[in-house]
Design a protein around this ligand. Structure first.
Ligand code: SF4
Length: 200
């Protein structure tokens, strides 16, 4: 595995993918969030001293052979859609180089960016797939487990998922395998929406 030469880990490799870590901010505070138990994943410290600019991200990407990855994934220690402009610009740059790009998100993008048409912007930039954290079978449980900062986050997450599906983006909904949730019910919700389902 190769680590970023910069002080901060803007990217890291795992599972044949390249993961991008562009923010430590999030619109939720999940009880199972790895940020509360660790400084990173796979031995990489994902705590950022500053949020990287588009130029910084692209300079790092230019040092890599991007053709060797299955996907480049916006994920990391925060919610990528908090940095929508930067994400869209980097997605466009990657798409122009025939790289498959995925977003891992909590699905709050329309609440975080109320004046934007997030799904259209993602689609237009070339985003191929989105993995949305469903995390619970009911709004009540979701609020308990994810402690979102916005009201109606659960519904907004479901609406965002449907919108992205309608736009032709491949969607997977995920849950963390914690005892509090009913995984079968969550899987049914995902499949009823038309999304794939994954326990992470
Ligand atoms: S949405 Fe993701 S990054 Fe945000 S608190 Fe939950 S697990 Fe952590």
């Amino acid at each position: 595995m190769t680590e970023s030469t910069a002080k901060d880990t803007i990217y890291y490799e795992a599972h044949g993918n390249l993961y991008l870590n562009i923010t430590n901010k999030c619109s939720a505070s999940c009880v199972f969030c790895i940020r509360d138990f660790s400084d990173g994943v796979y031995g990489y410290n994902l705590r950022l001293s500053h949020e990287p600019t588009v130029d910084e991200i692209i300079s790092e990407l230019e040092t890599l052979d991007l053709s060797k990855y299955k996907e480049v994934v916006f994920t990391g220690f925060g919610e990528p859609t908090i940095r929508l402009d930067e994400m869209v610009e980097v997605t466009r740059w990657l798409t122009e180089r025939n790289v498959t790009v995925r977003l891992d998100t909590n699905g709050h993008a329309n609440l975080i960016n109320p004046d934007r048409d997030v799904v259209s912007e993602l689609k237009y930039a070339g985003m191929s797939a989105v993995s949305v954290s469903l995390n619970a079978e009911s709004e009540e449980l979701y609020n308990e487990l994810c402690r979102p900062i916005y009201d109606n986050s659960y519904q907004a997450m479901l609406d965002f998922t449907r919108e992205a599906l309608d736009a032709g983006i491949h969607i997977r909904m995920t849950v963390v395998g914690v005892p509090e949730i009913d995984i079968e019910k969550c899987e049914r919700i995902a499949h009823d929406i038309g999304a794939d389902f994954h326990v992470r």
